[in-house]
Design a protein around this ligand. Structure first.
Ligand code: FAD
Length: 574
């Protein structure tokens, strides 16, 4: 066991490591995003020597970000891979929106109507880590019932509405949103046994013997320097696209890539299916609809949603899905709302990730009509901008998203659905290489008929429930559902399934403990291990499973003697 010597700088840059040296550690974690930082924190103060290698730096650097570039065979359906993820300390949590919700018990089940569904671990295995994951995400208590998030409960989504097919009680909760790098940097520094190296890009894993154990990791700095790391245990936490890339590029003993004996590394690539659709009119008082946010006692923002029940999923052969009440589509100026039009006009200043959904869908004349909406609605527009500045831009806990009061109780529906496993949806290595000579990613994202049918049938079921209730009406173009769900393509920053978990090596890439099948000391943390994608955004579950992996690794360390890590942990590779 190695203790950091007095005065050692525990967040340093790759440029401080000598060319050709080999660093030695008990545990090496690659990637300092939500998963990697969560893991590293669990080992802070343990006395184990931990190396956290981060390719990016504290700020976003174009040269580092460009390492993420790659190709997409359907650019209209999937964004370039250097968008929707951040190569920097804190990873993509530097830009995430903070929506936190757990996976549902049904997500873990083998569902006969969904091929390749079923996890080799149970909901309870993950759920026991959710409370601590909520704390790390700063999303409040692990309570997701609208009736229970605060004394007296939240107001109902739609008063007196009862649905056969949707549960209206669940809420989603919101992180600050917490930038894991900024928030936990000092805790890592204070730990004195976690050595964070920025600008340290892992380009290959080298194995020993018959390839059943990682011998060392090849690390490159943007200045061209190369050094290696030898660690007793290695965890890849580089995100759902970069983890398969690293495995596929590690070919010293396995021509098809490390952990790829079943040809599954990079397959089953899932995001989410999402879109805004329909015209919902509710014949109730405006105060009887609760489409916005309420704060729980602990200050976290909570929002109600319509969750497709497990029974409805089973009865109709659907994937998991949810819907939220949304304001009318922002790009369509017929909503007449000054605040919404102001948002539309601000789109040149909005980042790609959020601006994508504001794309012009009606020609250049739209600008004028939006400008007129703003001019006709100056009071509402300035009140909205003031609230945005106060509660979003300046607040430590940010108001999660735009909420604009609608006219006449008119809404659209924001659909967010599971993408079912599809082995033809995959990432591979392309022909181009990056600055280190590492093959770039080639993405072939595919969706399945069930993905679209789920949206179609969910809308039908909700429309039917409204008809039976008698005080609401949903109209939508059934033939255009696929168009609306695919208009913005694969849902942004959720990169899931590319190293799926399975009980045996023929069905996946990692075992139920997150260890790569057939490689004794290599583990994966992140959404790439999820066999299915749920309706839920992935990060809370990424963090919960990283906590589970930390427990497993601690048991492994407790059972085995440490490497001899005498000295500073730096030795000549020669
Ligand atoms: C705009 C946007 C909004 C989002 N909103 C939400 C939301 O509301 N809710 C939600 O649950 N999720 C959301 N997400 C997704 C969320 O950000 C990710 O799920 C989460 O960041 C994944 O964590 P991770 O640690 O697996 O990967 P990342 O956060 O991407 O971290 C990976 C880290 O690895 C580093 N790295 C990569 N390659 C290498 C290498 N070869 N060597 C060394 N280091 C490397 C990267 O620099 C990075 O720091 C959003 C994403 C985007 C883009």
């Amino acid at each position: 066991m190695l203790r950091a010597p007095e005065g050692m700088v525990l967040i340093r840059h790759a440029a401080t490591i000598d060319e050709g040296h080999e660093l030695v550690a008990d545990l090496c974690i690659v990637g300092a995003g939500a998963a990697g930082i969560t893991l590293a924190l669990q080992f802070a103060g343990t006395g184990l020597r931990v190396l956290l290698l981060e390719g990016g730096e504290a700020e976003k650097l174009p040269a580092a970000q460009s390492l993420y570039a790659g190709t997409v065979d359907t650019p209209d359906l999937h964004s370039p891979p250097d968008r929707y993820r951040e190569r920097r300390f804190g990873g993509t949590t530097t830009v995430w929106s903070g929506r936190c919700l757990p996976y549902d018990p049904i997500d873990f089940d083998r569902r006969p109507w969904i091929a390749d569904s079923g996890w080799p671990i149970s909901y309870e295995d993950v759920a026991r880590h959710y409370p601590a994951a909520m704390e790390l995400c700063e999303a409040g208590e692990f309570v997701f019932s609208g009736a229970a998030v605060k004394p007296g409960g939240m107001r109902p989504l739609i008063r007196s509405f009862t649905s056969r097919h949707f549960d209206t009680d669940p809420v989603e909760r919101f992180s600050c949103p917490t930038n894991f790098g900024a928030r936990y940097r000092h805790r890592l520094e204070a730990s004195r046994n976690v050595d964070v190296i920025l600008g340290a890009n892992v380009t290959e894993l080298l194995t020993e013997g018959d390839g059943a154990r990682v011998k060392s990791l090849v690390v490159r700095g943007l200045d061209g320097r190369r050094f290696t790391v030898a660690a007793q245990q290695v965890v890849l936490a580089t995100g759902g696209l970069e983890i398969p890339r690293l495995l596929l590029a590690s070919r010293d003993r396995h021509a098809a890539g490390l952990g790829n004996q079943s040809g599954l590394v990079g397959r089953f690539y899932m995001c989410h299916i999402a879109g805004t659709i329909g015209d919902l009119r509710l014949d109730v008082d405006a105060g009887d609809v609760n489409a916005g946010y309420e704060q729980a006692d602990d200050g976290t923002y909570c929002r109600r949603r319509l969750a497709l029940t497990p029974e409805a999923q089973a009865e109709h052969g659907l994937a998991n899905a949810l819907m939220r009440l949304h304001f009318p589509a922002i790009p369509d100026p017929s909503h007449g709302s000054g605040p919404l039009s102001a948002l539309y006009l601000a789109k040149p200043f909005v980042g790609h990730e959020h601006g994508k959904r504001l794309q012009n869908r009606g020609g250049e004349g739209m600008w004028l009509r939006h400008a007129l909406n703003v001019a006709r609605d100056p009071l509402a527009t300035s009140a909205f901008l003031w609230r945005w500045l106060r509660y979003r831009t300046l607040a430590a806990r940010k108001f999660p998203s735009v909420i604009v009061p609608t006219r006449d109780n008119r809404f659209s529906l924001d659909f967010h659905g599971e993408q079912v496993p599809n082995r033809d949806s995959r990432v591979t290595l392309g022909g181009e290489t990056d600055a280190f000579g590492m093959p770039r990613l080639a993405i072939a994202w595919r969706h399945s008929p069930t993905d679209i049918r789920t949206a179609e049938v969910a809308l039908d079921l909700f429309a039917g429930d409204l008809r039976r209730w008698g005080r609401g009406r949903l109209t939508y173009d059934r033939d255009a559902v696929a168009h609306h769900m695919l208009r913005d393509g694969a849902y942004g920053g959720h990169h899931i399934g590319t190293t799926r978990m399975s009980a045996n090596p023929t069905g996946g890439v990692v075992d139920p403990q997150g260890r790569v099948h057939g490689v004794a000391n290599l583990h994966i943390a992140g959404a790439s291990v999820f066999p299915t994608s749920s309706q839920a955004n992935p990060t809370l579950t990424v963090v919960a499973m990283a906590l589970g992996l930390a427990e497993t690794l601690k048991r492994t360390f407790a059972a085995r003697p440490h490497l001899d890590t005498a000295g500073l942990g730096q030795r000549d590779a020669a």
